[in-house]
Design a binder for this molecule. Structure first.
Ligand code: G4P
Length: 286
């Protein structure tokens, strides 16, 4: 299936982010644990320059735990400080502050040598749409946060959320745009719901998901939709079986495969099919 998407305002967003980078010490990049490379934009490496980097493997609750561990190793090997999180429940958030300190150790030491003590680390959250940036900021900042900046008499500036004595977050996250050099990355973004479904053929997408699940997670379809038997059937026949299992029938009794496609995609996206990771780190993928 051919997915093409050209987001507008790319140049403008990039320019704005470059400006914001001047204000911060640390880039906190959120990726979706189900497709960590597909949900990231490699341009961030250039944009971030030499800033300290942290990667949050978000939505780790929806991804395969074994794969999560492999991704933690992968990003650590790339020189990033990684934390596995679930921003919806707050799982893993406690680990962030100590990791920030570790990621910015050089800056903190440099400050200390210059006699600057306790200057908070300033960080910016970045990521493509829908990876959970707002959820993260809300969950992490919680009620304890106080907005600084834009004080009377100070020219309009950026809003900072003071999290504690050691960390301030720029309150507007940097929005990166998804980049898919290959169709597979585009497909993975479509599976997780990061590409507007209206521009996609949902049925075709569901068939691709069936192909993937059958190869990588055999048994999940049968488990979720009792009565289905994927065996030698084609993806379309499996979709029809899902329609039957969910009583999605058209007038006259034929299977409503469009409705079944929506159900399958919804079930996958919300984790009802189980914890599923769409891609493994390059070295582990085999
Ligand atoms: P963004 O700012 O990066 O665009 O993303 P946002 O925070 O709006 O989050 C996008 C969706 O992802 C939200 O769901 C949010 O609840 C969900 N989400 C964020 N972090 C996690 C996580 O760690 N685990 C899970 N399972 N979901 C997460 P939504 O459908 O738009 O809203 P709602 O279902 O929360 O109402």
């Amino acid at each position: 299936m051919n997915i093409q998407w050209y987001p507008g305002h790319m140049t403008k967003a990039k320019r704005a982010m470059k400006e914001d980078m001047k204000l911060i010490d640390l880039v906190i990049e959120l990726v979706d644990a189900r497709t960590p490379l597909g949900s990231r934009n490699p341009d961030i490496d250039e944009l971030a320059g030499g800033k300290a980097r942290m990667v949050l493997l978000n939505k780790s609750d929806l991804a395969d735990e074994k794969a999560n561990e492999e991704w933690v190793r992968y990003f650590t090997d790339q020189g990033c400080h990684v934390v596995k999180v679930n921003c919806k429940t707050g799982n893993g958030l406690k680990q962030i502050s100590p990791t920030v300190q570790e990621a910015c150790r050089e800056k903190i030491e440099r400050d200390r040598r210059r006699g600057i003590l306790n200057r908070p680390v300033r960080a910016m959250v970045v990521g493509i749409p829908n990876v959970g940036k707002s959820t993260f900021i809300n969950a992490f900042a919680g009620r304890a946060c106080a907005k600084t900046g834009n004080r009377p008499g100070v020219t309009k500036g950026n809003q900072w959320i003071r999290l504690n004595k050691t960390l301030e977050l720029l309150d507007t996250p940097g929005i990166l745009w998804p980049k898919f050099e290959d169709q597979k990355a585009g497909l993975n973004l479509a599976f997780i719901g990061s590409i507007n479904d209206e521009i996609l053929d949902k049925e075709e997408l569901a068939l691709e998901l069936i192909r993937f699940l059958r190869g990588r997670y055999p048994g999940v379809i049968e488990k979720r939709y009792p009565g289905t038997e994927t065996g030698e059937d084609s993806p379309f026949q499996i979709l029809e079986q899902i329609a039957q299992a969910r009583s999605c029938l058209l007038k006259g009794g034929a299977s409503d495969s469009a409705k079944a496609a929506s159900i399958l995609l919804d079930d996958f996206r919300s984790g009802r099919l189980g914890r599923i990771t769409l891609e493994l780190p390059p070295a582990a993928a085999g």
